[in-house]
Each structure stands twice: as structure tokens, then as C-alpha cells.
Design a protein around this ligand. Structure first.
Ligand SMILES: NC(=O)c1ccc[n+]([C@@H]2O[C@H](COP(=O)([O-])OP(=O)(O)OC[C@H]3O[C@@H](n4cnc5c(N)ncnc54)[C@H](OP(=O)(O)O)[C@@H]3O)[C@@H](O)[C@H]2O)c1
Length: 357
């Protein structure tokens, strides 16, 4: 890489891609050309990044000519096929999909927690964690560094944009069908109003909560629950960490929330934990229940940090903390973390660091 690196955004038209273009327009501009790529359906569309219109190109091998870093914000199967193509053309891929996260030859990077791992990338691919894991992991990484994590019990309250544009469209359509009605008072009335088409969700999500995200895995677990477990272990370098997760979809457009029961190696004091959270990079402590202050998606959406509130010591275990965490799933949960990883990679050459593996 010489001069300003060329960046490609693959999936620039999607839910994550759209936020990626906003983030690239808002952060310090270190990039030369920014190339926008999507499916042939979108080729020729014009999108705005850094205040200028850029035409979207169709995904082809040639689209990666001269690209230094390629951010992939596309479905798993598209990333699985095309990330190796981009890497073979000499680009370092930062992949937001689930295709490579658990590959032992692909680092899974959160710049505030394990930035050193980005340099070991034998496949030329770096993975970005799943949005639910990313919602809590910056805060947990800071607490782990001080107290040593021993166990996690997590419940999620996930926004519909975690299922992409289709998820947002489904909730908006359902809300328009139930708004101003008396629905939600007898069994099945919401389902009848919404009809058969519930979008990417197995049940209506308007006026409802749905204890399901992803696809079915062994013994009744969902793929999303397994991702949170596997990815947390990999990022924290704790391959045997006990993790129990229940993922739930709620009628929020963007911003995931999680309740976390975290058990540590030693006793934890609430004041000590608060101090760590208040000073950890990328974390905001918002925790004054007497004043009615705690994070909620309505306030957190569109912001970058991990917001933490309701910090309490477990009543029956002096080594455990209870937390409520909120984070924008399209910003830190997806596009922002990818952009931060790309900036780490871009800094390698400008800092005179030898090329990565
Ligand atoms: N949403 C989240 O909160 C979130 C968080 C973390 C990670 N992710 C992951 O990020 C990825 C993108 O998610 P999303 O929510 O942004 O999805 P999305 O809104 O459905 O957008 C998908 C993008 O991929 C493009 N695409 C689809 N098929 C393609 C193909 N065959 N060739 C080239 N481009 C193709 C689409 O282009 P067209 O517009 O041309 O169809 C669009 O730009 C997924 O792997 C998802 O799991 C999402």
C-alpha cells in the first residue's frame, strides 16, 4: 500500500452498507478512492459518500483491481464465495458476515479488546463479530481485563434491523397495520391483523416479542445464540468460557440491548466496576436509576459507544455483576467496528510496520 489506500465497500446498498457510507463520511478521511459494489441489480445506482456521488459497480473479479482493503457487508454465501476472490486480487478483506468468523486462520477483531490479532491473517481475511456479541464485548473486555471473566449469562432484546432491510420493512409494515387499533387484547388478534407474511421473523414482531433469531441448531439452540457464545470465547481468548444466551427480537428499529450476568474470578465491587466502565474507551456509563437514567434504544440509536446501565452486584454471588447494555447494531455492531479494523490495517504501512502474515 503506497499513498492513500483504495477502499471498496461491497454491499454498499444494504442496511449495514448504508451506515458504512455515513461512517466513512463522518470519520477522519484517510482513504484514496472509495469504490462502491453491490449486486448487478444495483449497478449504475448513485450513492453519496464523503459528500460526493459515486456510481455502484456490480460485483465482479475486476471490481477489486487496485483495491487495498475491501469491506464486505453482504450475505454469508456471497462473502464465502467472493472474499477469497478479493483476497486473491491482493485486497485485505474485512468481512461483516458470519462466513469466516470461526475459521482459525481468520482473526475476529474488536479494536478496543484484541487489536493485536488483526496482524495474523494468513487468508488475507479479517472477520467482524456478530452485532449481538459486539453490543456487549467492549464493556465485558474492560471488566475481564480487571477481574477475569468466568461465566456469562445473557439475554438479548434485538432490533429488527439486525435482520437487514427486510427486517425493517417488515416491522414498519406491521406497525402500520396495528397502529390506532385495540389489538393486543385477545389471543391471535395481532397475528390475524398482520397476516401470513411476517417477513424474516417467525412471528409478528409488532406489539410482540419473539424469542428467536437465526436458524435452528442442535438441541433447540438458535444460530444467533451459538454465535454469541463462540465469538465471545474467541475474542476474549477464553475457549472454555461457560456462556448461556437467549436471543429475543423486539419491536425496535435499530439498537440491540442485552442483560448480562457476568461472573468473575474474584469478588467485584460495584464502584470499582463503575470506574472501569466510566473510563474504558468506547464505553459510556449511564447509570443513575434514582434519576431515571439508564440507556434505552430510543436514545442510543445513531451513536457510536456501548452504553451501560443498571450496574449491580449479584445479590447471591459477590463475584458476579448484573448489567444492561445497549449499542447501535448497525454502527458499533457492524459498520463502525469494520471501519475501525480497516483503519488499523491502513495504519500498518503508514507506521512502517512490516507487512502482516
Ligand atoms: N444488520 C445488522 O445489524 C448486521 C450486523 C452485523 C453483521 N451483519 C451482516 O452484514 C451483512 C449484510 O447485512 P445487511 O443487514 O446489510 O443486509 P441487507 O440489508 O440485506 O443488504 C445486503 C447487501 O448485499 C448485497 N448483495 C446481496 N446479494 C448479492 C450478490 N449476489 N452479489 C453482490 N451483492 C449482493 C445487496 O446488494 P443489492 O442491494 O444490490 O441487492 C446489499 O447491498 C450480512 O452478512 C449480515 O449478517 C448485519
Amino acid at each position: 500500500m503506497t499513498g492513500r489506500p483504495t477502499l471498496a465497500v461491497v454491499g454498499a446498498t444494504g442496511a449495514v452498507g448504508t451506515v458504512m457510507l455515513q461512517i466513512l463520511s463522518q470519520r477522519a478521511d484517510i482513504w484514496g478512492e472509495i469504490r462502491l459494489i453491490a449486486s448487478p441489480r444495483s449497478a449504475g445506482r448513485k450513492l453519496t459518500v464523503r459528500g460526493a456521488e459515486v456510481e455502484v459497480a456490480a460485483l465482479t473479479e475486476d471490481a477489486f483491481a487496485g483495491v487495498d482493503i475491501a469491506l464486505f457487508d453482504v450475505p454469508d454465501e456471497v462473502a464465502a464465495e467472493w472474499a477469497p476472490v478479493a483476497a486473491a486480487r491482493g485486497a485485505v478483506v474485512v468481512d461483516n458476515s458470519g462466513a469466516f468468523r470461526m475459521d482459525p486462520d481468520v482473526p475476529l477483531v474488536v479494536p478496543e479488546v484484541n487489536p493485536h490479532t488483526v496482524r495474523s491473517r494468513p487468508r488475507g481475511i479479517v472477520a467482524n463479530p456478530n452485532c449481538t456479541t459486539l453490543t456487549m464485548i467492549v464493556a465485558l473486555g474492560a471488566l475481564h481485563a480487571e477481574f477475569g471473566l468466568r461465566e456469562l449469562v445473557v439475554s438479548s432484546y434485538q432490533a429488527v434491523s439486525g435482520a437487514g432491510r427486510a427486517g425493517v420493512e417488515a416491522l414498519r409494515a406491521q406497525l402500520s397495520l396495528v397502529a390506532g387499533t385495540e389489538l393486543g387484547t385477545s389471543p391471535g388478534d395481532v397475528r390475524r391483523a398482520v397476516g401470513e407474511d411476517t417477513g424474516p421473523f417467525p412471528e409478528p414482531v409488532a406489539l410482540n416479542v419473539v424469542p428467536w433469531a437465526g436458524s435452528l441448531r442442535e438441541d433447540g439452540w438458535s444460530s444467533e445464540e451459538m454465535k454469541v457464545r463462540d465469538e465471545s470465547r474467541k475474542i476474549l481468548g477464553l475457549p472454555r468460557l461457560p456462556v448461556a444466551v437467549t436471543c429475543v427480537r423486539v419491536p425496535v428499529i435499530t439498537t440491540h440491548s442485552l442483560t448480562v450476568h457476568a461472573r468473575f474470578q474474584r469478588e467485584v465491587g460495584v464502584e470499582g466496576a463503575r470506574e472501569i466502565l466510566a473510563t474504558a474507551p468506547g464505553v459510556v456509563l449511564c447509570d443513575d436509576p434514582a434519576a431515571g437514567e439508564f440507556p434505552t434504544p430510543a436514545d442510543v440509536v445513531g451513536t457510536d459507544p456501548t452504553w451501560v446501565g443498571r450496574v449491580r452486584r449479584a445479590l447471591d454471588d459477590p463475584t458476579a455483576l448484573e448489567l444492561f447494555v445497549c449499542g447501535d447494531n448497525l454502527r458499533k455492531g457492524a459498520a463502525l467496528n469494520c471501519a475501525q479494523i480497516a483503519e488499523l490495517i491502513a495504519a500498518e504501512t503508514s507506521a512502517g510496520v512490516p507487512p502482516a502474515l
